[in-house]
Design a protein around this ligand. Structure first.
Ligand code: PLP
Length: 392
């Protein structure tokens, strides 16, 4: 049986992967080229320089064919030895997953526990480090923007906590759903290891990820004994070109060059301001929906609202996935679902990457219709509130 596809373009409002701009699609559409070809090397080198500019770093960058999980694994296997202890700052589903991976790799994981709706208390990070007088903790790992909950963690405050505790731990940050969407400064914030991926703020297909590494972390790497091969930084440094073990995914580099051109043409501060404006419009809408015992912002801490994704809690007795199915089937709109323990109770609106006002309003209008069709209570006027804000 064939099912009829809805008309119009598929409307993609997930928090990653994200929409790929047409000019990036065109750039990816290239015949194969030898990755040793000098023409390709030019593109490759330009991409490395460009990603470093977005990361605001002068440090080393290693790229992998693999999704964000690959870069997570690289960050752990290159820096630690079996039995080493790391401190993971809980933010939600993705910090839990990073911790699970670390345990599977035979690391000891301590967590700074946090309420997923309110966010971690940075004083608790400082306390955990201050207590560790023997300096057992080798690294503090933070997910900059928790894609599952729609909250970010203020990295300069974490840096200040590490410094205040006078702790030598490395500072490792996952920027998978913040890079190219939220302000990020690797060197200024003294971050030792960054994990990033292609499919969110960089507006590319999934499949390339990377780590940037400070000189301090490169030194730690020399003594790290966890097993690794494809992700081994030492091995990568010996390759020509440096930084890929195995075949280089050439087409994605053509896309990346165009993505960097788009980000820099707009200007990074302007990119961040656009995300802030669109994120605020979504939140204003959801706050109005909440009025009639309707869906609410999952994040209860206004100081931590994420400008790249908003998680929304359904009212008791209403299933988020049913509403998402309606949005997909009736309006061809794809929304993010709740992850892990939030499945069914939360849906997520992605507002990162290649996005503008009509795309946000189209998504919000479709969600409102899907709520109505499913008999979910909500306060009327949410989309109006978003328009008021965007037009002001
Ligand atoms: N970290 C964060 C914050 C994410 O949002 C994701 C995926 O959405 C990951 C890690 C895992 O990345 P991937 O799914 O590309 O392996």
């Amino acid at each position: 049986m064939t099912t009829k596809k809805p008309r119009g373009r598929h409307f993609f409002a997930n928090p990653g992967p994200t929409n790929i701009p047409d000019s990036i699609l065109r750039a990816l559409d290239r015949p194969t080229i030898d990755f040793h070809d000098p023409d390709f090397r030019e593109v490759y080198d330009a991409c490395f320089d460009g990603v470093k500019r977005v990361l605001r770093t002068e440090h080393r960058l290693f790229m992998y064919t693999g999704s964000g999980h690959g870069a997570w694994e690289a960050s752990l296997t290159n820096l630690f030895s079996p039995g080493d202890t790391i401190l993971i700052v809980e933010s939600g589903y993705f910090s839990d997953e990073w911790a699970k991976m670390a345990k599977a790799l035979k690391l000891e994981v301590r967590a700074v526990a946090a309420d997923w709706r309110h966010g971690v208390d940075i004083a608790a990070v400082k306390a955990a480090l201050t207590e560790d007088t023997a300096h057992v903790i080798k690294a503090v790992c933070v997910v900059h923007n928790e894609t599952a909950t729609g909250m970010f963690i203020p990295l300069p405050e974490v840096r200040a906590a590490i410094d205040a505790a006078k702790h030598p731990a490395l500072f490792l940050v996952d920027t998978i759903s913040s890079l190219g969407s939220l302000d990020f400064r690797m060197d200024e914030w003294k971050i030792d290891g960054v994990v990033g991926g292609s499919q969110k703020g960089l507006m590319l297909p999934t499949g390339m990820s990377f780590t940037a590494v400070s000189p301090k972390a490169m030194e730690v790497h020399q003594n790290a004994t966890l097993g690794r091969y494809y992700f081994d930084w030492t091995q990568m440094l010996g390759r020509n070109p440096q930084s890929f073990v195995g075949t280089i995914p050439v087409n994605i580099f053509y896309g990346l060059k165009e993505a960097l051109r788009l980000l820099e043409e707009e200007g990074l501060p302007e990119v961040y301001a656009r995300h802030a404006r669109l994120g605020e419009a979504v939140r204003r809408c959801v706050k109005v929906w909440a009025g009639n015992n309707g869906p609410q912002l999952f994040c209860t801490n206004p100081g931590r609202y994420s400008d790249s994704v908003t998680a929304v809690v359904m009212p008791e007795g209403h299933d988020a996935d049913e509403m998402r199915n309606t949005a997909r089937q009736r309006f061809n709109v794809s929304l993010g679902g709740g992850l892990g323990k939030l499945k069914g109770s939360v849906f997520r609106i992605g507002h990162l990457g290649d996005l503008n006002e009509p795309m946000v309003l189209g998504t919000l209008g479709s969600v409102e219709m899907a709520l109505r069709i499913n008999g979910v209570p909500y306060g009327k006027g949410g989309v109006e509130a978003a328009m008021d804000y965007l037009a002001s």
